[in-house]
Each structure stands twice: as C-alpha cells, then as structure tokens.
Design a protein around this ligand. Structure first.
Ligand SMILES: C=C(O[C@H]1C=CC=C(C(=O)O)[C@@H]1O)C(=O)O
Length: 413
C-alpha cells in the first residue's frame, strides 16, 4: 500500500467549540456522508483529508492502527477539547471476511456533539483552505422503483438454513449465522442523507452510521473505548414486536425463556467474555441476558463493561473480538467456512466492524447490521440470523424479512 498517494503527510487539524448546530445529520453538505450518531450525539464528517486502504489479512486491525498512527503522528493538531471524537478522527468499515479489504477515511470536516458540547474540526494538508460549515446541496429523497432478490431467493436461502441445521445436528459446529441480500433500485443515485435521517428518527437508540456508501442503524456495539474503560453490547436471539401491548409482553417473555434463543445468545456472550477477559483488569457481564426493545424487534442483550489492563486502542480491542458468534458462529473457522459455502455471496462490509477512532485511540465500533451498501442507483441490503440445532428455516426467513425492514423503510419512507 502506498500511503503517500492517498494520505498527505503533515495534516493540519483544528478543533473549535461551537454553539449547538442542531441535528448533526441535517448539517451534512454532501450526498457522500460519514456518520456515527445515537440519541442526537456523535460525529458526522464530509470530504476526505486522507484515505487508508488496508489489505485483507489476520493482522488487518493492527495494520490499520499502525497506518493511522503513522499518519496522525505527523499531523499538527490544535484540539482544546481533548474529548473522544475531538481532534482528528478516522471513520472506518472493515470487511466481514478477514480476507477482505477495508478502509479508514479521515474526513476534511467533522461536526460533533458529546454531552451537549458541540465542536467543528477541519483537517487539511498544510497550506490548503479548510472546509467551511455550509449546507451546499440539500438532500433529495430516493425514489425506489423496485426490489429484486440478491444472491439467493427466499426458498433457496431457507434450504441453506436447513442444511446448516443438519451440519449442527451432526455435531460439526454449534452455531452459524447465515445472511441474505436484497436489492433496491432507484431512479437516481441514492443520496445517503435522507435514509440516514429516517433511521436516526425511527431508531434513536441504535447507532446510525455511514462510511463510504455503507449506511445503516445498528443496535450492536462491538466496542466503545474511552481511556481505559470499555463497553460492549452483545446481541443474539430475536423476536418481532407484538401487534398490541399484550402480544408484545408475551413475545418478550417467550424470548427471555426460549432455550433456542438463549443458546444462540450464550455462544456470542461467552466468546466476548473469553476474548476480553485477558485484556482487562475487571470485566462485568451479566449471567442472564436482558431484553433490548427496538421499534421492529426485540433482542436478547448482554451489556459488557470493563477496564483495560494495558494501553490498547479501540482498533487493538477489535482485533480480539471480530468476528463474534453474533455474526459468524462457533467454532469461528468452521462457521466461516460454512458461511462461504452456504451463503454463496460476498458479504462485503455487512457484519464487519464499522465506526470511528481518534488520535488518542478512543473510539466506538459497532457491527454493520440493518444496513445497505449504496452504489449509484442501487442499494444492496443485508439481513442475517443465528442458526442453532433447534432453528426452523421458515421462522428464520421471517426473522430475516423483519431485519430488512429498517433499511426498506429508510429508503422508501
Ligand atoms: C446478523 C444479524 O443480527 C445479529 C444480531 C442480533 C440478533 C441476531 C439473531 O437473533 O440472529 C443476529 O445474531 C442481522 O441483523 O443481520
């Protein structure tokens, strides 16, 4: 990789506190957006001061960390705030498959808000003019003209689920997560900003993200690193919301007591505990999962909180975590092989880590779920389901349909 081509050395970074800018997403001046927003707080970015492409490989998170440090070590940084997300930030999205290429983007401009404090950061090669904070091109909502199957039709995908169950019952593995894709077709190139705004409004508790055409609203936090403190939210086990309050309560009780969903969840929670314990002085993860309620689904959830034993960046911690059994399976390599065999598609960045990191190594990374890859007039949506011995292909197909809905809504309104 020739870093010098895309990443000019000697960046000049200037953060200034500003008065409240209002809705962060609505301040994005260009259709190509960078975003990480939850409950109105977070960061949005635009333009590109530097782009780092990381080739596939088992060391990709360490390589990304190293490349970014190399770039930011030579930057001139004026950051009076010193809070997570102030100063220079790289947004990133890693391919799900360890062999896939990944990207970090340092925007030319960042707008942020944390605990009510807002700021604006400009990042430019030395001598260049910083980006200004103006709304240049207001967004146009996408006009979706139709939908088409992705790699597998619904019946073919249900057959793949049945095959996965056979492998699991034969004792080859404990769990595998199978996903499918779906295409939306629009009349014009899709501007990310309208779908992002809709996602943030309907799913305020999720992380609404955008990195280089990958957009979505994920409920799953892989890692938040703030100094020595780390947090994660493990999700696995799902039911659709009920049609009325009684149905909703019954579904919630059923999910919390479902042996099949608890097994699906336990694979993910155990792996996260095993991966983080050696890195931490203390790690708190409840023995029983809780309920996370979103506007379309409920999930079994385990919040994780701990403190790192040594100085490690958010990217270093990612290296220990990805891929968790929330998106891959157990054992990891057997599940990866089965995913490649049964899905017959390239997941791209779906189910990979997506988020941001700053020059101090703080950052927030989610798993790219409930998302779509925008390419010109087309959006490719993804949805996946954890499969265990007791999974029923028809029920999994319905669950995948429910998981497509947030992005379908984001595109169609
Ligand atoms: C793989 C996805 O969801 C994961 C996260 C939460 C619940 C899941 C489940 O119940 O299957 C999945 O593990 C997806 O939304 O595409």
């Amino acid at each position: 990789m020739n870093l010098a081509e895309d990443a000019p050395h000697h960046l000049v970074v200037r953060t200034v506190p500003i008065t409240d800018p209002g809705n962060l997403l609505s301040r994005l001046p260009q259709p190509t957006a960078l975003a990480w927003v939850r409950h109105g707080e977070g960061i949005v970015g635009w333009g590109e001061a530097a782009r780092i492409t990381i080739p596939g490989g088992d060391d990709r998170f360490t390589a990304a960390n190293h490349r970014l440090a190399e770039l930011l070590d030579t930057a001139h940084i004026d950051d009076p705030l010193h809070i997570p997300g102030s100063g220079p930030v790289a947004f990133g999205a890693f391919g799900f498959d360890p062999k896939a290429e990944s990207t970090l983007i340092v925007p030319a401009a960042i707008l942020g808000r944390r605990n009510g404090q807002a700021w604006y950061t400009s990042i430019t090669p030395r001598g260049a003019t910083p980006e200004t904070l103006n709304l240049l091109h207001p967004p146009l909502p996408p006009t979706i003209t139709g939908w088409s199957d992705g790699t597998l039709t619904a019946p073919a995908w249900a057959r793949a689920v049945a095959q996965a169950v056979t492998h699991i019952r034969a004792g080859r593995l404990g769990k595998v997560v199978l996903a499918r894709d779906l295409y939306a077709h629009a009349t014009e190139p899709i501007d990310a900003r309208t779908p992002l705004g809709r996602l943030a409004t309907r799913f305020p508790g999720c992380y609404t993200f955008a990195v280089d055409g990958l957009i979505g609203a994920t409920p799953e936090l892989l890692i938040r690193r703030t100094g020595h403190t780390i947090d994660s939210l493990v999700l696995a086990g799902t039911t659709a919301r009920g049609t009325d309050p009684t149905d909703d309560r019954n579904r919630a009780t059923q999910l919390l007591n479902s042996a099949k969903d608890r097994e699906e969840h336990a694979y993910a929670a155990d792996m996260v505990r095993d991966a983080l314990t050696p890195l931490c002085t203390d790690l708190d993860i409840p023995t029983d999962p809780r309920l996370l309620t979103l506007s379309n689904v409920m999930h079994l959830a385990s919040p994780v909180h701990g403190h790192l034993a040594e100085q490690r960046s958010a990217l270093d911690v990612l290296a220990a975590l990805h891929p968790t059994p929330a998106v891959c399976g157990t054992p990891t390599n057997t599940a990866l092989d089965l995913i490649r065999e049964l899905e017959v598609m390239d997941r791209g960045r779906y189910a990979g880590p997506v988020g941001w990191t700053d020059a101090r190594g703080d950052g927030e990374w989610g798993i790219a779920l409930r998302c779509a890859e925008l390419t010109g007039n087309r959006a490719r949506l993804f949805a996946g389901c954890g499969i265990v011995a007791d999974s029923d292909p028809t029920a999994e197909l319905a669950e995948a349909q429910t998981k497509f809905r947030p992005m379908q809504y984001a595109l169609e309104g």
